[in-house]
Design a binder for this molecule. Sequence first.
Ligand code: ATP
Ligand code: MG
Length: 570
Amino acid sequence: MRYSQIFLPTLKETPAEAEVISHRLMLRAGFMRKLTSGVYSYLPYGLAAIRRVEQIVREEMNRAGAQELLMPMVQPADLWKETGRYEKYGPELLRFKDRHDRESCLGPTHEEVITDIIRRELHSYRDLPVNLYQIQTKFRDEIRPRFGLMRGREFIMKDAYSFDVSDEQAETSYMKMYEAYKRIFSRCGLTFRAVQADSGAIGGNFSHEFMVLAKTGEDTIVVCTACEYAANMEKAEVKTAGPGSTEEMAALKKTETPGKRKVDAVCEFLGIEAARLVKTMVYMADGNPVAVLVRGDREVEEVKLKNLLKVADVDLADDKQAFDATGVPTGYLGPVGSAIRLVADQEVMLMRNFVTGANEKNHHLLNVNPGRDFQAEAVADLRKITTDDACPVCGGRLELTEGIEVGHIFKLGTSYSEKMQAVFQDKDGLEKPFVMGCYGIGVSRVVAAAIEQNHDENGIIFPVPLAPYKAVILNLDPKDEKITEAAESLYAELSLAGMDVLLDDRDERPGAKFKDADLLGMPFRITVGKKFASGGIVELRNRKTGESTEMLLDQLKVELLAKIADATVN
Ligand code: ATP
Ligand code: MG
């Protein structure tokens, strides 16, 4: 493609609306333009990058035995009523009526539609397994659309659905997708982790989120530096804190701690480490108070608490709520003689002779011991994991990093097929519900995530497999015949060799061309300028490493083709 002909409106200024780097760069590099909140038109350059992702997704889905279909965006409400999701899905589901007053919605996902197809068409175990996928526009009326393509209201998703005869078979289908996803994101040239996610009622290890590691990720994840373990922060399991203290239990003793309410202040006053103190935190669990015990230097992980208590919501109580529930002013609460329910982090139960509040203003207790001095209603892993903790799988060192969720695979079981009476006849002639799985990839989000992970202050640094053009040829002087002829012949030859290249043949200053080349992020830049006119030399520069080499034109062709082949992961 010739730059003089391409529709590629770049911006010099950073648009004010863009908060994250990928959004800024995508607007500046003419990827897309906003139509309305969370809804974008994809312009040719951005669409080309999206198509690259789609191509890889398609190839790997097909390789894994899935088949492509395309389902409608408009869906009848009746289908959604069958699964109860019409009521449950909430305002993200855009609902409307057609001219016949029929309730409809725009598909945010397609479990209902695909299950309807399968229940009509497949009736025998002989037809299974089957895995069908589509690459399609989804609409979710997100409450806070932001970060450009990262969280749009309209976006492109690959969604796949598998149907199997049994749990076991469904797990095989799941593992195939797990492997396919690993190949997809590797082939995209991204650094990512498959993170265990909550598989809810299904249980087992059958929900993974695929996270691209990048600073602006919305999720914090814990990754092991030694093995493949990775988990969402709130799900990351803390290994039990070891064998426990063997100290002799000393006599319980009350001591005055006037005005010392905070952990630091109490520890300083008593001359102890925070690890010798246990905090008593009051939470409101669906409105009911419960006290949570954690070591003084630890933090409560609210998701773990919520799961333990099986409630919808937990909130740290404010001073008044805590006082109303316990009758004790904040800072002096403790487990001994607690007026409210008590749950404890597992680590607390292994400690001996620690300090807690005395449930009395200006007083703390010394030498508190679990079992002897108080009982907890439940003991569980309730604290936030830290980088001082060991990997729960291999004991290796952990690191915290931010991640962007680009894919999610999930074993659904029979929840949809049962509600929608989607059944098949098994070998023995018995009717059984299909066992399902669903597998999503945020195709448009992948492009944004790739840029979050690969950029510098000058612009995008495309991973080779996602680059709309593998190389840009800069003709630095279109008025010079010799230079122009060389640039043109190079362009023609590389194109003939099947390489997507952009020829910057614009009548622009060299500085502007260099700037745009950096902004657009094509992996290789070839400069044909004065040095070619004088000595036949051109320059090849690697956008990622910044490394540049000068060589003769013929040598460059060979070199570049080899580099591209090398950098494309297959
Ligand atoms: P999130 O927690 O980010 O809202 P989700 O759990 O709603 O994601 P799924 O329903 O599993 O996502 O959708 C599959 C994939 O679609 C996600 O992994 C993500 O990459 C992408 N996706 C979801 N919502 C959006 C959105 N609003 N904009 C762009 N991509 C999205
Ligand atoms: Mg969502």
